[in-house]
Design a protein around this ligand. Structure first.
Ligand code: ATP
Length: 290
């Protein structure tokens, strides 16, 4: 479905992506996580054919997306600052969606408008931030494109609408499995939806893993410094804090039975690091592993 090989891209002299590779052949929901400026939006633009790689190749459902009208049948990209015409209301946006997506599902689009309670005759330019996200979600999901890409789709949604979005996303994915890529800064919210997570750090994808595997990684240890150091061994330390004689660390290890048993035998405290904290530490400057 998507094949990115050794892709680099710069805006003039500003490097945005460097030697990025990622292959996925199965329909699934993928979370794309990275810190601000790491290259998420640029990667999505390249996948949707809005930009051309300076180096490397991209294929979406077997076609190169750049400057290729055929690719529009394969991929839909809802940008964070999606360019809606100032003149458009919701019906105009839906009509436009139906023209450009051969799998367009009008009744699903109408259903989503009802779910999100979007006014049909109000100009989109006058929508709130959350409402703009809702119309983008509607267009993205109703396109039923084999590869659907959404940049920060839940931006500006309140807690209730976020939940609604995640529910409709899972429902439509179950009905029509396809590859849906979501970028996010809030991994904890989207990880229950995502089969895999791609981690982008300093302009390249450093990990592309099953969510369940990634969720097992990152361990917090707290206890007397010497005992903690003995458990750390050769593991990579991602975070370290001294509190009096106590040492608190996050290590880049699997939170598994053998480590838990070994650690508990020394009397020090062991916990699973929250996924978001683990990813933040992995992508700190100077952390080489990711
Ligand atoms: N139009 C542009 N002109 C010049 N540089 C750009 C442009 N767009 C992005 N960049 C640069 O490319 C790099 C990657 O930006 P990109 O928008 O892809 O990151 P991002 O991960 O989506 O960031 P964020 O999470 O803040 O949206 C950054 O250094 C950014 O400053």
């Amino acid at each position: 479905m998507i094949k990115i090989d050794n892709v680099s891209f710069s805006y003039g002299n500003a490097k945005a992506l460097q030697k990025v590779s990622l292959h996925e052949n199965e329909p699934m929901i993928i979370g794309l996580w990275g810190r601000s400026g790491s290259g998420k939006t640029t990667l999505m633009k390249l996948l949707s054919g809005m930009e051309q790689p300076n180096q490397g190749t991209i294929s979406v459902n077997g076609v190169s997306p750049y400057n290729n009208p055929e690719a529009m049948n394969h991929v839909t990209f809802m940008q964070e600052d999606h360019p809606f015409s100032d003149l458009w209301d919701v019906d105009d946006a839906l009509r436009f969606g139906s023209y450009f997506n051969e799998n367009w599902d009008q009744s699903f689009a109408e259903h989503l408008l009802d779910v999100f309670e979007l006014p049909r005759k109000k100009k989109i330019r006058n929508f709130s931030k959350g409402m703009k996200s809702m119309i983008k979600i509607t267009l993205g999901l109703a396109s039923k494109a084999p590869v659907t890409i959404m940049d920060e789709p839940a931006n500006g949604l309140d807690a209730s609408m976020r939940k609604t979005f995640y529910d409709v996303l899972l429902d439509t994915y179950e009905d029509s499995p396809r590859l849906i890529m979501l970028s996010t800064h809030h991994i904890d919210e989207v990880e229950p939806l995502c089969e895999k997570i791609a981690l982008i750090n300093q302009h390249t994808i450093t990990r592309y893993e099953d969510t369940e595997k990634l969720k097992r990684q990152g361990v917090l240890l707290t206890g007397p410094a010497e005992a903690v150091k003995s458990v750390i061994g050769t593991s990579i330390v991602l975070e370290e804090r001294k509190i009096g004689k106590q040492l608190h660390v996050m290590i880049d290890d699997d939170y598994d039975e053998s480590l838990i048993t070994r650690t508990e035998a020394t009397g020090i405290k062991i916990e699973k690091a929250p996924l978001q904290d683990y990813l933040v530490n992995l992508t700190k400057k100077g952390t080489m592993k990711a």
